[in-house]
Write a protein that binds this ligand. Structure first.
Ligand SMILES: [Zn+2]
Ligand SMILES: [Zn+2]
Ligand SMILES: [Zn+2]
Length: 261
């Protein structure tokens, strides 16, 4: 597999409501710190040769892509089919037009079923797709596979009692929307240089790690660095950052970093 570093770009780091939340006047929703403005959660992974894997397609995908200068998507890995992770998928037709190719989508079988219910109109080859439709191919990822020249390892996680996927690519793992790591998945997350992990808020939640739960996971896995995502307005960027241990930080929209092979 690719021996070069990858680039990780955070397109969104917010919970399903986004931050600011509609009709909320709390200090974080009214903050003028740009790191307190959070699109729904998504990231892009750029391989050294320029190929890009998108992780999830949230409602602000177009705005986030424009803001981050993301001009290419070659494949999409879906963690699960909640609305905040799939409802921007129609926007990828622009990437179809730029590359002139169908985009491969990878998910578990349950997510593929939901994607076909909502976006079945897009399961068409690029040559046959009118310009107002994306061109997508819905595949499965139930074991490690090569995508865009990178080895992508699906990491089964639990989001409440719903099975979802995290993804490990090289020494980076992206684990959003989870509240439990099943026993068999811990070994898939050993030796990470970077862990991206759900940390919704301080208050416990039935389907997401809260900050204390996320820090427990960090204590067990001891990755080189951890960036927290899928964040509500309970966690103001500056105040929360000051309280975090060394090597743990809140991610923010637009953050990009290189991760070694
Ligand atoms: Zn979510
Ligand atoms: Zn608020
Ligand atoms: Zn979810």
């Amino acid at each position: 597999m690719d021996p070069n570093p990858i680039e990780l770009i955070f397109l969104g780091t917010g919970t399903s409501h986004g931050v600011p939340m509609i009709g909320c006047h709390c200090p974080v929703c009214r903050s003028d710190d740009p790191r307190d403005r959070r699109n729904r959660a998504s990231a892009a992974v750029r391989a050294a040769d320029g190929w890009v894997i998108l992780i999830d397609a949230p409602p602000e995908l177009r705005l986030a892509a424009v803001a981050c200068g993301l001009e290419r998507v070659d494949a999409i890995c879906f963690t699960h089919a909640h609305a905040d992770h799939i409802m921007g998928l129609d926007d990828v037709r622009r990437f179809n037009d730029i590359s002139g190719a169908t985009i491969d989508c990878y998910s578990d079988a349950g997510t593929r079923r939901r994607l076909r219910e909502v976006f079945g109109y897009a399961e068409v080859s690029y040559e046959a797709a009118p310009t107002y439709r994306p061109s997508l191919r819905f595949g499965l990822i139930d074991s490690p596979r090569a995508i865009c020249g990178l080895e992508v390892i699906p990491v089964p996680l639990l989001h409440g009692n719903q099975p979802v996927l995290g993804f490990r690519i090289g020494n980076m793992a992206y684990c959003t929307d989870c509240s439990e790591i099943p026993p068999a998945s811990w070994d898939l997350l050993r030796g990470l240089e970077l862990l991206v992990l759900d940390a919704l808020r301080h208050t416990p939640h039935p389907t997401h790690f809260n900050l204390a739960g996320a820090l427990e996971v960090v204590g067990r896995l001891r990755p080189g660095r951890t960036l927290l995502t899928h964040i509500t307005h309970e966690l103001g960027h500056r105040a929360t950052s000051e309280s975090l241990p060394e090597n743990v930080a809140l991610a923010f929209d637009g953050l990009r970093l290189a991760v070694g092979p």
